[in-house]
Write a protein that binds this ligand. Structure first.
Ligand SMILES: Cc1cc2nc3c(=O)[nH]c(=O)nc-3n(C[C@H](O)[C@H](O)[C@H](O)COP(=O)(O)OP(=O)(O)OC[C@H]3O[C@@H](n4cnc5c(N)ncnc54)[C@H](O)[C@@H]3O)c2cc1C
Length: 509
C-alpha cells in the first residue's frame, strides 16, 4: 500500500522541487547551484533571479498546464504558456493573453482571463513555481493522490500517516464539491443555519447547469399546466431506462422538485438578485406532432429555466448568498479519503490543500455529503465502467474536474456501486467524415486520452432527421430519445452516422 507519511510527503515535495529545478537547469543551462535552497534566498550572483529558463506545471481544467519562463538577473525576458490540452474555446484560447499578462506584470499575480478562471489559476500557479525556482526557493508540489489506471479504475485508498495531518477542523456537515449539487446543498444548509463546511478542489465554483426539471411546480401551476400523472411518469422513466434505475431516486425528484424550485427561486427572485425564473415546456426536446402522443406526455419533464437575464450564474449567486450569511467555501481543498468509526459510520474526511499539499482532518458530527460529480473526466473509469457509452461517444463537453474521486472514495469506505453506468448521452457530437467515435490518444489529457470531436454541441442533432450509416443505410427510427441514436450507432461502422437535412432545417424543426 502506498503510505503517505509526513516524511514521505516532504520527500515527495522535495523530489518534485528537485525535478523541476533539474528540468530548469537543463533547459536553461543553469548551474547546479540553483538546487533547492532555503526559502527566500536570492540568486548566487546577487541579482533578483538566477538567470535561466524554468518550467512550472499545474493542473488546469482538463490537462496539465505548462509555463516556461526565462529570467535575466533582474527581469522576466520570455514566457511560453502551453494550455493546448485545455478546452479549445476557453482555456486554450487564453494562452496568448496570459502570456502577455505575465510579461507585463513581471510577477505571477495577474488578472487572468475571464471565462477561463481555472486555466488562469493553473497558469498563475505554474508561473509562481517558475519564480520560486528562479529565486532559489523550495517548490512544494501536492502529493499525487491515487488516480486508478487502465487496469484498475478504483485504485487504492491512500494511507495517510497521522503525523502528515497538520490541521483539524470540527463541524457538523462536510459538503465535498462546490458544483451544482454542492452549492444548492450549501445554500439550503446556510438558509437553515446549519453548521457546515464546503470544500472544493478548484479555486472557483463549478459552472452552473441552468435548466432543471420540476413536476407541478408553483410556476407551472401559475401558468395553468395540468398536474402530472406521477405514477405514469415514474413508469415511463423506468421503462425508458429498461428498468436500470433506482425508482426511489426518480420518485424523490417527482415528489420534491417543486419544493426544490421554490427554494431556488426564493433566493434568485429576491433582492438583491431579482431574477426571473421562467417555465418552458421542454422546447429543446420537442418532437413532431404526428407521433400521436399527447403533448403533455411528450414534455416530461416540464423544464424550468432558472433565470433569464441574470448577471451571475446560479452557483455564484449561491456562493454570495452563503457568504452573506457568514459561511465560506474552502477552495483549493480536495477530498483525499473518507474516515469512519469502528462501527462503519462515516465520521468525516481527510482533505488535502492543493496549494501546499498539507492534509486536513475534517470531523463531521452529523455527516458528509459527497457532491463531487461523476467521472466523465476520467478515461479509466469511463472505459472500464461504461465501455458501450464510451465507444459511441464522439465529443464530451463534460466537467473535466470530475474524475470520480468522490465515487472511488465512497467505495473505498464501503459504499456500493450501481451495477451499471447511467450516462446521459446527447446525440449532438460532431466529427469530420472518416473519424470514428471513442477515445483517441491525447498525451496532455488526464489518462492520455480524449474524444475526437469538438466540445461544442450541435443541437439539431437531437431532431429526428434522417440518419444513415457510412454505407448510406438507415438503421433506426429517428424519433427516439437522445441516447438511442448514440447507442444504435454501436452496430454501425466506426460507431458513427451521418444526419441528412437541408437548409430548411429550422422550419422543419
Ligand atoms: C455541457 C453540459 C451542460 C449541462 N446542462 C445541464 C442542465 O442544463 N441542466 C441539468 O440539470 N444538468 C445539466 N448537465 C448535467 C449536470 O452538469 C450534472 O448532472 C451536474 O452538474 C451534477 O452535479 P454535481 O454536483 O454532482 O457535480 P458538478 O456540478 O460537476 O460538481 C462537482 C464538483 O466537485 C468538485 N470535485 C470533484 N472532485 C473533488 C474532490 N476530490 N475534492 C473536492 N472537490 C471535488 C469539482 O471540482 C466540482 O466543482 C450538463 C452537463 C454538461 C456537461
Amino acid at each position: 500500500m502506498n503510505k503517505i507519511s509526513r516524511k514521505g510527503f516532504l520527500k515527495i515535495a522535495a523530489a518534485a522541487a528537485m525535478g523541476t529545478v533539474t528540468a530548469g537547469a537543463l533547459t536553461g543551462c543553469n548551474s547546479a547551484s540553483s538546487s533547492v535552497a532555503a526559502s527566500g534566498s536570492a540568486s548566487a550572483s546577487g541579482g533578483l533571479y538566477t538567470p535561466g529558463t524554468y518550467e512550472g506545471t499545474a493542473e488546469g481544467i482538463s490537462s496539465t498546464v505548462k509555463v516556461t519562463m526565462t529570467f535575466s538577473e533582474t527581469a522576466v525576458t520570455d514566457v511560453v504558456v502551453d494550455t493546448s490540452g485545455e478546452t479549445a474555446s476557453y482555456g486554450a484560447a487564453a494562452a496568448d493573453q496570459l502570456k502577455e499578462q505575465l510579461l507585463a506584470a513581471g510577477s505571477a499575480e495577474i488578472d487572468g482571463v475571464s471565462g477561463s478562471t481555472i486555466t488562469s489559476e493553473a497558469v498563475m500557479k505554474a508561473a509562481k513555481s517558475c519564480f520560486a525556482q528562479a529565486m532559489g526557493e523550495t517548490v512544494v508540489t501536492s502529493v499525487q493522490l491515487p488516480t486508478g489506471d487502465e487496469n484498475n479504475w478504483l485504485g487504492t485508498e491512500p494511507d495517510i500517516d497521522e503525523d502528515a495531518i497538520t490541521e483539524t477542523w470540527d463541524t457538523d456537515i462536510v459538503i465535498v464539491g462546490a458544483g451544482n449539487g454542492g452549492m444548492c446543498a450549501a445554500a439550503f444548509a446556510a438558509q437553515n443555519g446549519l453548521n457546515f463546511r464546503i470544500i472544493e478542489q478548484n479555486s472557483a465554483v463549478m459552472e452552473t447547469r441552468h435548466w432543471y426539471g420540476t413536476i407541478d411546480s408553483s410556476e407551472a401551476k401559475k401558468q395553468g399546466v395540468p398536474p402530472v400523472d406521477r405514477a405514469e411518469l415514474l413508469s415511463e422513466i423506468s421503462r425508458s431506462m429498461g428498468g436500470r434505475c433506482d425508482q426511489r431516486v426518480v420518485k424523490t425528484w417527482i415528489n420534491e422538485s417543486a419544493a426544490m424550485h421554490d427554494f431556488v427561486s426564493g433566493i434568485l427572485e429576491s433582492a438583491p438578485y431579482n431574477y426571473t425564473c421562467n417555465l418552458t415546456l421542454g422546447d429543446e426536446a420537442k418532437w413532431p406532432d404526428d407521433t400521436q402522443i399527447s403533448q403533455t406526455k411528450l414534455m416530461f419533464p416540464v423544464q424550468q429555466v432558472d433565470y433569464s437575464s441574470a448577471e451571475k450564474p446560479r452557483n455564484q449567486v449561491f456562493q454570495e448568498y452563503i457568504e452573506s450569511l457568514g459561511y465560506s467555501i474552502d477552495f483549493n481543498t480536495g477530498l483525499a479519503k473518507l474516515e469512519k468509526s469502528s462501527d462503519g459510520r462515516i465520521t468525516g474526511v481527510i482533505a488535502q490543500s492543493t496549494d501546499d499539499g498539507h492534509f486536513i482532518r475534517i470531523n463531521a458530527a452529523k455527516g458528509v455529503l459527497l457532491a463531487c460529480g461523476g467521472y466523465a473526466g476520467n478515461p479509466y473509469m469511463m472505459e472500464q465502467l461504461d465501455p458501450l457509452g464510451t465507444s459511441v461517444t464522439t465529443a464530451c463537453s463534460y466537467a473535466p474536474a470530475d474524475k470520480g474521486y468522490g465515487i472511488r472514495a465512497a467505495i473505498w469506505a464501503g459504499a456500493h456501486l450501481d451495477a451499471e453506468a447511467a450516462p446521459v448521452l446527447f446525440d449532438r457530437g460532431l466529427v469530420a467524415p472518416g473519424v470514428n467515435s471513442g477515445y483517441v490518444e491525447s498525451p496532455s489529457s488526464f489518462g492520455g486520452k480524449a474524444f475526437p470531436g469538438t466540445v461544442g454541441q450541435y443541437n439539431p442533432g437531437s431532431q429526428p432527421f434522417l440518419k444513415v450509416n457510412r454505407h448510406g443505410e438507415r438503421f433506426m427510427n429517428e424519433s427516439q430519445e437522445y441516447d438511442n441514436a448514440s447507442h444504435a450507432s454501436f452496430q454501425q461502422p466506426g460507431h458513427v452516422y451521418a444526419m441528412i437535412h437541408d437548409a430548411n432545417f429550422r422550419e422543419d424543426v
